[in-house]
Write a protein that binds this ligand. Sequence first.
Ligand code: FVH
Length: 292
Amino acid sequence: TQNTVEKTPVTLLGLGAMGTALARTWLAAGHPLTVWNRTPARATALAAEGARVADSAAEAVTANTLIVACLLDDASVDEVLADTDLADRDLVNLTTSTPAQARARAEWARERGARYLDGGIMAVPPMIGVPEAGGYVFYSGSRELFERHRETLAVPAGTTYVGEDAGFAALHDVALLSAMYGMFAGAAHAFALIRKEDIDPAALAPLLADWLVAMAPAVYRTADQLRSGDYTKGVVSDLAMQVAGTPTFLNTAEQQGVSPELLSPYFELMRRRLAEGSGEEDLTGVIDLLVH
Ligand code: FVH
């Protein structure tokens, strides 16, 4: 149809769980789609849905200007693109990588005559193509490339451009996911505390979720303190008070037969900061202890 002709054609390399989810949204939105996957069987269903299946990565890269890679890791990107001609191609790499890998990949692409945009996906496959799920992708690298393909890239998930430095998307991705693991660690400790009691985990879950949501805006105060350099600014519960409370948490863990190993490292940093004479500060000073 005419609508299909107007949409930017996309080549997608990698049809894992995420690649397949991405592919379906572009097909549903009418983008001509060429796909390639190392294991060809993973392309069968998409072919039936309208995707063109290339016989090789090289052929897939030849098919269109916009090339999206969604592979396992940086090493697999290396392997897949090794024998392709990227001259005058727009390479958008949605493969999770470190900032250093993303920067090296941008340079690698530039040497091969390609424009480069790196992406960090803040979504799991079921969130792709479901705007109300709130998933989005961090992009960094060529702003011009981002603007050129903004509409196409917005089909699977929201887009958030974070700068010309190709490593910034990966850095934002890892920063947010690291915070998520901290939250999971805290929740794991909380569930462990009630594990042997007559408390339904399903009853704790909403209390836990609501509490974490209520506490989350504290990150704005942290950011404000980091920017101003004044770690006492707007402090609600100072470090001295919080360190004084740590034995309660450790003793409760012991009484409940729960290892403190998820909690102790953070408490240790709080104590170190207090020992430096920062009792009137917020918890923000812990950040400086982490940065070498
Ligand atoms: N799935 C998720 O929840 C997360 C959400 C956040 C973003 N990640 C990242 O997305 C990248 C792809 O993840 P995925 O979920 O699609 O991963 P898999 O289902 O395991 O598929 C991996 C694809 O990579 C291909 N592949 C792996 N190694 C090679 C290689 N050496 N040469 C060629 N292709 C390779 C694999 O091919 P095959 O096994 O089917 O032949 C899949 O297409 C990833 O960076 C996540 O961190 C997902």
